[in-house]
Design a protein around this ligand. Structure first.
Ligand code: SF4
Ligand code: FES
Length: 259
């Protein structure tokens, strides 16, 4: 099925706008893997021709399709600026945030394929059930656990060096791009996955926290860090540039030798 977003009668208007702004528009084909559990037995690919500007993001194109062609197209998004982590999806076979993927960075001479993340249950169109992902996240106790209280009116003091130790892993936005790009996670639904380990790392190496051993015990399990095969898919997928594989390696080292 092909759905053109550009009304031929409106083309002259588009060209006029283009001439006024000096920004060139392009007609790009998006092929989206659609699935409506109420009517479809299997997902199906549907193509849409969309007029976009090189400065647009894939999220803008999805909005155009949803708002101008088919309101039933379902996907998650919130901030539209790479902060909330809700619009991770597979774009041309790579896990990315739709709001951070510029059209100009894709080869628009070919169709752009968009589908839901792999390895998590598909709910509808580009939306997956994130509960297995968040269940693993909750298991590693992703919050500060301190045995003592700070002195009244005082903060828990930490040096710059101590803070830097876990700085990289504080950047996680829980988008699941890493976990859902991991072949071990695809084939073994029990593995905690990279994001849970990243968030354990964030507290294991925090000098103010006293529950690192508890988290390392949890991750020393058969479903824990040892399932990681160091394929680096997670690091390549992370839209925040976190060195995910390195963080996992540091947790492995800590489990073996202590922090
Ligand atoms: S580590 Fe990166 S890819 Fe993984 S959930 Fe966090 S932000 Fe997303
Ligand atoms: S919509 Fe929030 S990260 Fe993309």
């Amino acid at each position: 099925m092909s759905t053109a977003l550009v009304d031929p009668d409106a083309v002259s208007e588009v060209e006029e706008t283009t001439a006024e702004t000096g920004i060139q528009s392009f007609l790009v084909t998006f092929i989206i893997r659609r699935f409506n559990p109420e009517v479809d037995e299997e997902p199906r690919w549907v193509d849409y021709d969309v007029e976009v500007y090189s400065t647009d993001r894939v999220l803008d194109a999805l909005h155009k399709i949803k708002w101008e062609v088919d309101g039933s197209l379902t996907f998650r998004r919130s901030c539209a600026h790479g902060i909330c982590g809700s619009d991770a999806m597979r774009i041309n076979g790579r896990n990315r945030l739709a709001c951070k993927t510029l059209i100009k960075d894709l080869d628009i001479s070919k169709p752009i394929y968009v589908e839901a993340l792999k390895g998590l249950p598909l709910e509808k169109d580009l939306v997956v059930d994130m509960e297995p992902f968040f269940a693993a996240y909750r298991e590693v106790k992703p919050f500060l656990i301190a045995d003592s209280k700070p002195e009244p009116g005082k903060e828990r003091i930490q040096s710059v060096v101590e803070r830097e130790r876990f700085d990289d892993t504080t950047k996680c936005i829980l988008c699941a791009a890493c976990t859902s790009s991991c072949p071990v996670f695809w084939t073994d639904g029990q593995y905690f996955g990279p994001a849970a380990i990243v968030n354990a790392h964030r507290f294991i190496f925090d000098s103010r926290d006293d529950a690192g051993d508890v988290r390392m015990d949890i991750l020393n399990d058969k479903e824990g860090v040892w399932r990681c095969r160091t394929t680096f898919n997670c690091t390549e997928a992370c839209p925040r540039g976190i060195e995910v594989t390195k963080a996992i390696a540091e947790v492995k080292q800590a489990v073996l030798r202590g922090r």
